[in-house]
Write a protein that binds this ligand. Structure first.
Ligand code: UDP
Ligand code: MG
Length: 315
């Protein structure tokens, strides 16, 4: 029997890119007749005609399946929705904007057949502003250092995952997802395939700076307690300094009967400590908020329509 391969494509407002993407993908996979393909599109609450494009694609091509989510949940949730509905022996996640070339797919499948569980695409060079590049590098270094996962800055979501990896990712139902960290966390045999990242074919990027910032915070806080530890460490340092200073002030006033003066210095210390305490509280609050969100144990997403079976299921 032929092995089944699911191509998983999260889509948000991709009506312009989708036809081009489909044509390109179809060209590549038509040369891979030894596999049976499922093209699983996740419509992540698009506001444009993405759903109509998907419907017409499905009319022409029965390999096309789609999951229409009830609203825009973001790419991370879109991907877990895809993992939940993929029926293939392996899943290849790829963006709809052709920035990640489908030409790499045959090579990924080859590596999978040779025994790899997780074949990730690695960007050769990136067309990004210098600031973005440097901050991304630093962030990944920091995250790898403080958590027990080893993150590769140049590897993204373009990857092939076998059933073992998919099952592992499916078992992680946290709502604040940083999937890139999860790939590393689950382990299994990984292999990289290099590719050149292209410009978006159509449409615009959905990653705004606040969204990226949010994702970065999710990554750091869901994989480490470093911010909490830093707060305790800073607290300890400040207390030690304060103690030394206290001894100095007492000795000074006893030996030299120095009048203890200094409204300005007092103000500085109070304000500094006040600010610091608020900051530490904020960090604790961030974690507390995340715990609060997770304890609700809400379903990760709701489905409006799934072409594979026509149930309205919740997850
Ligand atoms: N995407 C999504 N939901 C979102 C934002 C993006 O499903 O809320 C999809 C988008 O359609 C694309 C992929 O995630 O297929 C990557 O998005 P984008 O190309 O905007 O990100 P970039 O390549 O700029 O990092
Ligand atoms: Mg893109």
């Amino acid at each position: 029997m032929r092995k089944r391969v699911t191509i998983l494509v999260p889509c948000y407002n991709e009506e312009e890119a989708l036809p081009l993407f489909y044509r390109e993908l179809n060209r590549v996979i038509s040369s891979l007749s030894q596999y049976e393909f499922e093209l699983l599109f996740i419509n992540d609450g698009s506001k444009d005609g993405t759903l109509n494009v998907l419907r017409s694609l499905r009319k022409e091509d029965k390999r096309v399946q789609f999951v229409d989510l009830s609203r825009n949940y973001g790419k991370e949730i879109g991907m877990i929705a895809g993992f939940d509905h993929a029926t293939g022996d392996c899943v290849i996640t790829i963006d709809a904007d052709l920035q990640e070339p489908p030409e790499i797919i045959p090579e990924m499948l080859k590596r999978w057949e040779a025994g790899a569980n997780d074949v990730f695409g690695r960007r050769r060079q990136r067309k990004q502003s210098l600031g973005k590049k440097i901050s991304s590098k630093m962030y990944h270094k920091l995250l790898s250092q403080v958590s027990d996962v080893d993150l590769d800055d140049d590897a993204g979501d373009f990857r092939l995952l076998d059933r073992k990896c998919i099952a592992a990712l499916q078992s992680m139902r946290e709502s604040q997802r940083y999937t890139k960290g999860m790939y590393a966390w689950i382990g299994f045999k990984k292999e990289g395939v290099d590719y050149d990242i292209a410009e978006r074919v159509a449409g615009t990027t959905k990653w705004t700076v606040p969204k990226l910032f949010h994702l970065a915070a999710d990554g750091l806080m869901s994989h480490s307690v470093l911010p909490l530890r830093l707060a305790s460490f800073a607290g300890l340092t400040v207390s030690l300094c304060a103690f030394v200073y206290l001894v100095y002030v007492i000795i000074k006033s006893i030996l030299w009967s120095d009048p203890v003066a200094g409204y300005p210095s007092l103000m500085c210390v109070i304000l500094f400590l006040g600010g610091f305490i608020l900051l530490a509280l904020g960090i604790i609050g961030e974690y507390l908020g995340r715990i609060f969100m997770e304890t609700k144990r809400r379903p990760l997403y709701f489905i409006n329509e799934y072409t594979g079976n026509d149930e309205n299921v919740e997850h």
